[in-house]
Write a protein that binds this ligand. Structure first.
Ligand SMILES: Nc1ncnc2c1ncn2[C@@H]1O[C@H](COP(=O)(O)OP(=O)(O)OP(=O)(O)O)[C@@H](O)[C@H]1O
Ligand SMILES: Nc1ccn([C@H]2C[C@H](O)[C@@H](COP(=O)(O)O)O2)c(=O)n1
Length: 106
């Protein structure tokens, strides 16, 4: 695979739904960048060591119900305003998608 596909758009415009279906149809991997913020929020709320987790297990995940509670949504929104966290997540996604063949929604 020589390329990735990025899908952006307004909140609740269908990025995840279409991106996930597209990835399946093309046999690409799928990444929902929002899930990365929710994942960090989960660790932040549960006070688990911030640096000891891996993002690999977020590949091909969509709408993980445990990450859509109100407290995680609020924390994810708060964390997403932090420049360092945005840089960290962007770097992680760049690393994971280096191999190409990804649909990334954000
Ligand atoms: N083509 C469609 N027609 C009607 N409803 C849709 C369509 N695509 C997605 N939806 C619904 O709209 C809602 C938002 O969809 P989705 O989560 O894919 O959007 P999103 O852009 O990824 O949202 P977010 O910005 O919150 O991550 C979901 O309830 C989904 O089932
Ligand atoms: N590229 C992104 C993706 C998401 N966010 C923010 C937006 C939300 O507050 C939070 C969770 O995203 P969602 O799962 O609702 O799409 O992360 C962002 O700032 N940048």
């Amino acid at each position: 695979m020589t390329f990735n596909i990025a899908i952006d758009g307004l909140t609740a415009s269908g990025k995840t739904s279409i991106g996930y279906s597209l990835a399946k149809r093309l046999n690409f991997n799928f990444i929902d960048s929002g899930l990365f913020y929710r994942y960090l929020a989960y660790y932040n709320i549960n006070s688990t060591n911030f640096n000891q987790h891996t993002y690999d297990n977020l590949i091909n995940c969509s709408n993980l119900s445990a990450f859509y509670s109100l407290d995680i949504s609020q924390k994810a929104s708060e964390l997403s305003k932090d420049k360092e966290i945005r840089t960290l997540i962007n770097q992680e996604i760049k690393k994971l998608t280096k191999k190409k063949g990804f649909v990334v929604v954000g």
